[in-house]
Write a protein that binds this ligand. Structure first.
Ligand code: FES
Length: 569
């Protein structure tokens, strides 16, 4: 066995320290030969009953272990913080960077040579990748996989997307509360992540497109036996990767991020991909910028999946999944290495589409363009984004009068007032929901349509905020306005009655208020007091970067690959 392996600094020593490292591990019944120098593979697990989307990861960990043992490695599973998107308050995003710190320090502190990341729910995938990238040991992702299609009253229903629709239908008097309550059991029928193309499946798709997982990882349902087999094969592969020395920095190149942006457009991926890819890129020193997402502008929407289309992830899997997308994009993809050691083009070899309504060919797409559109202008000097494929066509060029909610409490208290002075042409503006403001940049950007307009049959309006939006949501929603209001962005200066002009085609977002008036308003502006003054949340508010920099903590950008030399005893 190679003397160079990292684990020898823990398990290879014939002294007191080596005795301690090995002896305590042996209390679990591991035999002597587990410490003979074979690759030690960490299985970084975000399993939790409070993260239902990741509740199958204990099973998948067993699959990974089988593969690691088979290949001659020594698997060791360890837990890290789990982030249950639907369960955490104020928002799981507040804790993405904390998970990343947990992952990074856990990998670094233990005597492992390579790591398999088990994640799935929205923030777990980027949080784990950010942390692992900063240590830069051989790494592969296995995702928990999507839930089975939701079923209710004989129809498919999609996580999130149909919740927003049902909720609006109840408000409009088009659905009974009894039916609404009944639908929830049919929506989540198995373990796994949201089965729409929400943030979880988007990130899993992009991980596959970046070559950080094995092919087919993104779409196989969580409960499909083939996912367990994939975990097994991944366990075998990570052992080989340790010997080949393939690290995240070899895979997560600028070309890989560009492939992710192209794939995001083709699958109609979540707007959250922007902030997560920017943060991961920051860890590996790739100078990715918000405007790089315009690269996806020429890529048509190929995947007919909610929220941009009508099918669900199970259908996407049976139609062929990401290998078919990579095949369709083959003329656009950049050369980039994968965890398999070859080029990403190898992931498309032999791929066949089995349902051309679910996965459209490039020459007959679902929509001609579906990428994230980056906006600039005096209202978003460092950028904002909109997802045209999830927006209303007639609102993509719009000028209207702002109606401002100063914060989320203001919105919740007034949105249903019958005398709210708004029309269908108004532009709703929400402040105080950015990285520092909320804090954690919650998914509240798709504000509800005011009740009085819902009663008039209005289903969409232009909405602008420094917040994010759930990847399962839809609407003409302008997000991630940078800098945020609480960081002194122009958004903080907007007043009800101001006119705003938005042009998706021109990539513009402008507050039509004279500069001298904005200077007066800025002089009178005072920042809102932070909502947290102690603990992790205070550290987050003090150090979080803006959305255009991925909302990572300033001191976590980059990596530290130095060996750990000091002992604990
Ligand atoms: Fe976990 Fe959607 S809430 S993946």
């Amino acid at each position: 066995m190679s003397k160079e392996r990292r684990n020898r600094g823990w398990y290879g020593k014939q002294d007191k320290d080596g005795f301690i490292h090995r002896s305590w591990m042996k209390n679990q019944g591991f035999p002597d030969h587990a410490f003979d120098g074979r690759p030690v593979i960490g299985i970084c697990n975000t399993w939790s009953e409070l993260t239902p989307c990741n509740s199958n990861l204990r099973d998948l960990a067993e699959g990974v272990k089988r593969g690691v043992w088979e290949a001659g490695g020594f698997p060791v599973e360890f837990p890290v913080m789990s982030l249950g998107e639907t369960q955490m308050k104020p928002t799981a995003m507040l804790f993405r960077n904390l998970l990343a710190m947990d992952v990074e320090e856990s990998i670094r502190a233990y005597g492992i040579d390579g790591v398999v990341l088990l994640g799935g729910c929205d923030k777990t995938t980027p949080g784990q990748l950010m942390g692992a990238a900063s240590v830069d040991l051989p790494t592969i992702v296995v995702s928990s996989g999507p839930m089975l299609n939701g079923k209710w009253q004989g129809k498919d229903i999609g996580s999130g997307t149909d919740v927003w629709k049902f909720s609006e239908a109840v408000r409009a008097g088009e659905m009974t509360l009894k039916d609404f309550m009944a639908a929830e059991s049919g929506m989540s029928r198995s373990k796994g992540v949201c089965m729409t193309m929400g943030t979880a499946s988007t990130m899993a798709s992009l991980v596959e497109a970046m070559g950080m997982s094995l092919p087919t990882n993104a779409a196989l349902p969580a409960v499909d036996a083939r996912r367990m087999a994939l975990a097994h094969v991944t366990g075998k592969r990570i052992v080989e990767m340790v010997d080949e020395g393939i690290k995240p920095s070899d895979i997560l190149t600028r070309e890989a991020f560009e492939n992710a942006i192209l794939a995001n457009a083709a699958v109609g991926g979540s707007t959250n991909a922007v902030v997560h890819l920017l943060a991961i890129a920051g860890r590996v020193g790739v100078d990715l910028k918000m405007e790089d997402f315009d690269l996806g502008g020429d890529i048509p929407l190929l995947v007919n999946c909610m929220p941009s289309g009508k099918y669900l992830m199970e259908d996407f899997c049976y139609a062929g999944g990401m290998p078919v997308i990579l095949k369709e994009l083959s003329g656009h993809l950049r050369k980039a290495k994968t965890v398999m050691g070859g080029d990403i083009s190898a992931y498309a070899e032999g791929a066949e589409c089995w349902n051309s309504d679910v996965i459209r060919p490039l020459d007959a797409p679902l929509k001609p363009s579906a990428g994230i559109k980056v906006l600039r202008g005096n209202l978003a000097p460092r950028g904002a984004i909109v997802k045209p494929s999830a927006a209303s066509e007639h609102l993509l060029e719009h000028e209207g009068e702002a109606y401002v909610f100063e914060n989320i409490e203001d919105l919740k208290a007034t949105i249903n007032n019958d005398d709210l002075p708004v029309t269908k042409d108004s532009i709703l503006v929400l402040k105080g929901c950015g990285p520092k403001g909320y804090p954690g940049m919650a998914e509240v950007g798709n504000m509800p349509i005011p009740s009085k307009l819902v009663k008039q049959g209005i289903k969409d309006m232009v909405r602008i905020s420094d917040a994010r939006m759930s990847g399962t949501a839809f609407g003409t929603v302008i997000l991630h306005v940078s800098p945020e209001a609480n960081d002194g962005g122009t958004l903080a200066l907007v007043k009800t009655g101001d006119r705003i002009r938005f042009s998706a085609s021109a990539g513009q977002l402008d507050l039509l208020v004279p500069d001298d008036e904005l200077i007066r308003r800025r002089a009178a502006w005072t920042p809102e007091a932070p909502h947290y003054t102690r603990g992790y949340a205070k550290m987050y508010i003090d150090h979080v970067l803006q959305a255009d920099q991925g909302a990572d903590l300033d001191f976590l950008v980059g990596k530290d690959t130095r060996p750990v030399t000091r002992e604990s005893h």
